[in-house]
Design a protein around this ligand. Sequence first.
Ligand SMILES: Cc1ncc(COP(=O)(O)O)c(C=O)c1O
Length: 445
Amino acid sequence: MISTPICDFARAYEDSRAIRLHMPGHKGSAFLGIEGRDLTEIDGADVLYDAHGIIRESQENAHHLFGTGLTLYSAEGSSLCIRAMLYMIVLHAKAAGKRPVIAAARNAHKVFMTAAALLDIDICWLFSKERSSVVSCPLDPLDVERTLKEKRPAALYVTSPDYLGHVADIPALAKLCHQYGALLAVDNAHGAYLRFLPENRHPIHLGADLCCDSAHKTLPVLTGGAYLHISRSAPELLRSHTQNALALFASTSPSYLILQSLDAANRYLADGYAEKLAGLIPLLNEAKKQLAAYGYAVLGDEPLKLTLAPKGIGWRGDELAAYLLEKNMVVEFADPDFMVMMFTPENARAIGKLTQILCSVQKRCPVSETPPAIEAPVVRISLREAVLSMQEVIRAEAAEGRVLAAASVNCPPAVPIVVCGEEISQSAVHCFRYYGIEQVSVVKG
Ligand SMILES: Cc1ncc(COP(=O)(O)O)c(C=O)c1O
């Protein structure tokens, strides 16, 4: 059986009833009932990002389970891992004597932008021709190849799976990247489980050099638990700098509750998780089939996500989510066009009831309203300059012509409509209205 050294240590410490003359201030016993196992870096508890003991052993367990070249924990989500990935890309570019430029699919999470601004990285955006939502950005391989050839970026950065459950063709992107000497970095925040499918679909297995997984999004892990993975074939420079890259941005007080959760997940993953997944997927596929037959557009190719576009049967995504809420079902995300639900083997029993409810909603006249198209952005100042400028918050309706200073997004999905440094166009204002964004932060003056 796989070891759980962090959990074992915390349990033994709690059982020892030691008088805690150290942080945290709750001394193991206040308010929530979970404080007993909430530790700091006392003797034996190891040090995240300078790990030689129980954390190292646990991270090695994770690295073997995922079959990567290196896997390290984050107690601060994929957000921390994305910052670390971008820093490593800067180092990689430096080693090649190049200025850091990253080609990125436009549906990147806002952390990608703030990290690029702080690290002074230039972004070369890749847009999609068939963009039906700001949340998705399927790439045309010809555009990708042209950009890799002409701009010679240090890396290509893609979000896969995206919030709606679209999965990119990672093997094809990896091949192109490697042909042009670029790294492939993947925001796999939504796809930690892909490793455990009957056919391994994890980005690292498919050719990505580095990627982050929010363990907490799809695995039974506390919020904040995430992995940063480096592939075996990635340049050695990445593996030798991963700890430092994470340490550069991380808190020096990582949550030991989250670390225990990641540690315990190793045993869960090793112990029949793949079989549980294999049992869940046919149930979800059957539900998707029934929902499509009822008239819903079922989107995406990510097995554990159920994304519906219900306008064809006369419902907006957010209306349908409100209807489910009346039935005490809370979805992951809804906007005017889509409703996204996420499943694990632990909530498989809900699938039947959900399908029944969704297939009994009253059909109405199709909703014809579509998201406003946004034209190509006009960059007025650099991303970095915008993020570091003096800012003011104004009504989104009055923002036309101003320059965006802070990512104005709904969270989830936290995908910016306009990027900092770009001019806010009339169509962007329409988009803000459509997605319910009321205020934006713009460059002052
Ligand atoms: C695509 C994507 N990337 C990154 C993140 C950030 O992940 P975390 O919440 O684990 O920091 C999110 C969070 O919603 C996300 O959806």
